[in-house]
Every structure is written in C-alpha cells, then in structure tokens.
Design a protein around this ligand. Structure first.
Ligand code: CUA
Length: 329
C-alpha cells in the first residue's frame, strides 16, 4: 500500500520547534505536529493570497451590473469533500501514533506517581520513594501509574512527548521508553493553585546498570555533594530530618514528648523500652532499622498499633534518619 508507507513517518526526522526528543515514538508525534503545521501554513498562505487577489480582481467597477450567482452545488461538494479527505488522513496518522504510544512494551517498569500541591512523588517497584526527582533506565518501557492526593494536576515530560491529567479519585497512565541518556523535565500543566509553576521534577535517563545500582543504594545525601567523601554526622542528620518529614513519620511520632499514635521520639535514642512481648530493648541502630523495615517486629508496650507500613528505604537513608533521631533530645 503506497499510501500506508508514505504516511509511516518513523524514518523521517524533523526538528525546529520541539525540544530534543528522548523517547521512542516522539518522532511520530513530531511528524504529526509538523504535518499539521505545514498543512495549515500552506492553506493559510494560499487562501489569504487568493482572497486578496479576488478583492483586487473582482473589485466593483463603473458600469458593473449585479447578477444572481449561478448554481454552486458542485463546488460546494468539492470544498466539503476535499478537506474531509485531508482530515481523515490527519486523523489516521494521529490516531496511529496515539495507539502506539498508549500501550507499554513488554514487562514495563511500573512507577507510582503521586501529584500533590505542589510536588511530584515517585515510588519505585522496590518501595523507594523520591520527591522531585525521577530516575529512568534507558531502553526499557516504563509505565507511570498516576494519582492525585488533592486537585487535578497534569503530568508532562516534553522530551518524551507525553502528557496526561492526574485526577483525584482515579488512576491514569502514561507509557514511554526513553532512547537517549540525559536530562529531561516534568512539568505540571494544569493550574493547581499558588505554586503550580513550581510543581516541577528533574528526570534523569541513565544506563540500565546505573539505574539498578541506584535502586539498590538509594538516593544520595543532598547535603553531601561528593558521594565518595565522608559525610559529617550533622549533615546526615539534616538529611534524616528531611526524610523524616518526607516519609510522614512526623504524623505518628511526636518530637516534643506529647502523646502521639506511635511512641514519641523525644529522647528516643538509647531509651530503655519495654515491649509488648514482655522483653525489653535499648533503642540502637539495629532496632531503628528493624522498626522501619518491619514495624510489627517489636512493638513498644502500650502501643497496639499495626498501622505503620513497612518502609523499604535504603540503608543510607536509614543511617541518616538514625543520625537525626540521635539529635531529638
Ligand atoms: Cu499541579 Cu499545576
């Protein structure tokens, strides 16, 4: 089919108005965009040009007599059918690209996305969460499973040519496969309140090996820029405090000694704690780590709770939180 192969845009490359394309399928989107753009530009020029020409050519002159125009049925059919033909073709290429970009490839990496005023939170399959930063392995299909905690947001990565509304009370998906290592950006493209314009995230597309390492080691401390240098305790504690808030520990563990759903963390470090089981422990690194990973393992006496979810954050993050707990006196 001549027409079919002519309208398969994959081998063609366009650039100009679009940001760098970094995903499979982005070229198709660009092709459709430019096809519509130049199609419109062409007819804009032709129609406007003819209009001026006719104004000049058929200008009323002295002695002209007004006549009833002849029957124009044929020309009316022509100007209805011809654009319809073009629109059907444009729909065809557009829809083909839409369908291609709507289905994830085999065995996609699923990342949970939560939009809230005014941040993007990403949760990886191993449970690790990060805010404002998204890591993507190159050459692997990715499916974003998105929801909103408050109002309507819209998830947009221009470099991947994907955009989808993120709506409270339902899940929406976007799929893509990055084909280039580098940096991209997440924008919110639905006005969602005062800081809507600040609702951004950085995207890093990295080789698969680097992505796997990152999943194991977790994010690095933003307060210690050199990952190979030793990180002082107070810098660790500072990150720990941020993680404490980010992971919502603060909701159930007070820091001032007041009653809270979980044990207060005022003076928690080294505290001798009686457990429900009748045993007792001293709060140390091992207990903190175990309580984060398996909250039900050793419940403090007087707390019946089984509400706390297991957090699968990295060792490095747990170290930072531990360092922070030491400072709550
Ligand atoms: Cu979220 Cu705009």
């Amino acid at each position: 089919m001549m027409l079919g192969s002519f309208f398969d845009p994959s081998p063609m490359k366009w650039d100009g108005q679009m940001p760098e394309s970094m995903a499979v399928g982005a070229d198709h989107v660009d092709w459709v965009y430019y096809a519509i753009y130049y199609f419109s530009l062409f007819f804009q020029v032709v129609i406007t040009g003819l209009m001026f020409y006719f104004v000049w050519k058929y200008k009323r002159r002295k002695g002209d007599k007004l006549e009833t125009p002849p029957d124009l049925t044929r020309i009316e059919i022509l100007w209805t059918v011809l654009p319809l033909f073009f629109i059907v073709i444009l729909f065809h290429v557009g829809f083909k690209g839409y369908v291609k970009n709507a289905i994830a490839g085999d065995n996609p990496l699923e990342i949970r996305v939560r939009g809230k005023q005014w941040l993007w939170e990403f949760e990886y399959p191993n449970g690790m969460k990060e805010i404002g930063k998204l890591m993507i392995p190159v050459g692997r299909p990715v499916k974003m499973v998105m929801s909103s905690d408050d109002v309507i947001h819209s998830f947009f990565i221009p470099e991947f040519r994907v955009k989808k509304d993120v709506v409270p009370g339902m899940y929406s998906n976007v799929v893509f496969e990055a084909n280039k290592v580098g940096s991209a950006h997440v924008f919110c493209t639905e006005y969602c309140g005062t800081s809507h314009s600040g609702m951004l995230a950085d995207v890093k597309v990295v080789p698969v090996q680097e992505f796997d390492d990152y999943m194991k080691a977790g994010p690095s401390n933003p307060n210690c820029p050199d990952p190979n240098a030793a990180c002082p305790a107070d810098m660790k504690a500072k990150w720990g405090e941020a993680l404490f808030v980010q992971n919502a520990c603060v909701t159930c563990h007070s820091r001032d000694g007041s009653a809270s759903p979980g044990p207060t963390f005022k003076g928690v470090w080294g505290r001798h704690e009686a457990l429900q089981s009748g045993e007792a422990i001293d709060v140390d690194e091992n207990y903190v780590k175990e309580s984060i990973r398996k909250p039900q393992a050793k419940i403090v006496k007087g707390f019946t709770n089984a509400v706390m979810p297991a957090f699968t954050i990295s060792d490095r993050q747990i170290d930072a939180i531990t360092e922070y707990l030491k400072t709550i006196k």
